[in-house]
Design a protein around this ligand. Structure first.
Ligand SMILES: C[S@@+](CC[C@H](N)C(=O)[O-])C[C@H]1O[C@@H](n2cnc3c(N)ncnc32)[C@H](O)[C@@H]1O
Length: 414
């Protein structure tokens, strides 16, 4: 069987974002026909069949969805773990004012200050700040706290049990500020972290400090005008005295691709500005030279596949992100904090190099005039860590809608 023309079951599942079991069922039901490898009898899928299934994503036009919502008064956010400001920019674009941002990385703080001299950047470890002075001053507390395990004793977790973790600091701040709504943001992996116990603990802690958690959702950035297949888990807490429903932003139908990110078009008025970027080491470049757009390590000659993948070659699984060259007509795979790192290469479609800093920023939907401080690798890190600005903006609209409804409900006679 010629592997360049086929995907294995796990590769097809990964590309389509479905489970292997779903694909097996589709095969049984005749929805997506699989062929069988002659010797192993494993299912394989024709690449053209998989690409055909992805196509409607790119073609559909967006007619009905518009999440935008104007605030009825000034709404203020305290943004924790602010990084280079991806979420903060998005919230600002939606119409929310940033009252203060906390971040401990000095380069990220410099980025925030240089771009928004009027923002109140609180530089330093969150542990050293007390946020009580923002009580009653802030409508929203947001934060992408890094995910850490708690120690369990098989009981319902309370705030004190999480002491020492950054989620504790997030929850402590929410408790000090007591806003109507808080939003935690994290990687999708939090769903399965410690078999789901970590997330369960977070929900029970928010409950203890007076917040009901809306059923957790993973938002796909591609559904929110971001040309990248990034996913973020959103944890929304609503103060318990409030009887107003929060609704997640509705997904848009049109999907943007790399061409929309880097070329003049629907997302940007100009082609991407020139900028610095890192390079691949020579060996990696020689390997990636052999990979076509939308291709990956499977497109290499067999011997080179084995050499490049090392042990991973024998471990099975799709690993479609390794030695990957992105195509112009697809969204980018998730950007990481370092663009030349093994296992997650996302090569430029026409040139054998990683995306430049400004290309990275575009794929994360940062504005072109947002400058990043520090060395090139510091800049990549700040961009790779961010919530895509366009996703942040849609989250912002959903919060504005909630706060509008909340403040209007206060003024209605009971
Ligand atoms: C995932 S990034 C947040 C990205 C940001 N929300 C954005 O959209 O650009 C997490 C950030 O938390 C910061 N951080 C980690 N530990 C911290 C601490 N103890 N105090 C303050 N900031 C911290 C990191 O420096 C990093 O910038």
């Amino acid at each position: 069987m010629v592997t360049e023309k086929y995907y294995s079951l796990s590769e097809a599942a990964e590309i389509l974002g479905k489970s292997k079991e779903t694909l097996r069922r589709w095969d049984r039901e005749g929805k997506l026909h699989a062929l069988r490898e002659p010797i192993s009898e494993y299912r394989v899928y024709k690449r053209e069949d998989i690409n055909f299934l992805l196509k409607p994503l790119f073609d559909e036009l967006d007619i009905e969805t518009d999440n935008s919502e104007a605030p009825i008064k000034e709404f203020k956010v305290l943004e924790l773990f602010a990084g280079a400001g991806g979420l903060a920019i998005g919230l600002e674009k939606a119409g929310i004012s940033c009252v203060a941002l906390n971040e401990m990385d000095k380069w990220a703080c410099q980025t925030l200050r240089e771009n928004r001299p009027h923002w109140n950047v609180l530089e330093g470890d969150i542990k050293s700040f007390n946020f009580e002075k923002y009580r009653g001053e802030v409508d929203i507390v947001t934060g992408g706290f890094p995910c850490q395990a708690f120690s369990y004793a098989g009981k319902r977790l309370g705030l004190e049990d999480a002491r020492g973790t950054l989620f504790y600091e997030f929850a402590r701040t929410v408790k000090e500020v007591n806003p109507p709504i808080c939003i935690g943001e994290n990687v999708k992996g939090l769903l399965s972290h410690e078999k789901g116990e970590t997330l369960k603990g977070m929900i029970s802690i928010l409950n203890e400090i007076g917040y009901n958690v809306v059923p957790v959702k993973v938002l796909k950035a591609i559904n929110f005008k971001v040309p990248q297949k990034r996913e973020r888990l959103i944890l929304v807490g609503i103060r318990k005295d409030i009887d107003v429903k929060y609704e997640y932003p509705r997904p848009y139908q049109s999907i943007y691709n790399l061409s929309d990110a880097l070329k003049k078009g629907k997302l940007y008025d100009t082609d991407v500005p020139k900028s610095e970027g890192s390079k691949y080491p020579q060996h990696k470049k020689d390997v990636l030279d052999l990979v076509p757009p939308k291709g990956y390590w499977r497109d290499l000659p067999l011997e080179l596949q084995k050499e490049y993948m090392g042990k991973s070659f024998y471990l099975g699984g799709g690993k479609t992100g390794m030695a990957r060259r992105i195509g112009w007509d697809e969204p980018s795979l998730t950007l990481t904090c370092s663009p030349a790192q093994k296992q997650t290469e996302r090569c430029h479609p026409d040139e054998t190099r990683p995306f430049t800093v400004r290309e990275y920023a575009r794929i994360q939907t940062f504005p072109d005039d947002w400058k990043f401080a520090g060395s090139i690798s510091q800049q990549y890190k700040q961009i790779g860590n961010a919530v895509p600005c366009n996703l942040g903006k849609e989250i912002g609209y959903s919060v504005i809608k909630f706060l509008n409804d909340y403040y209007l409900s206060l003024s209605k006679p009971k």
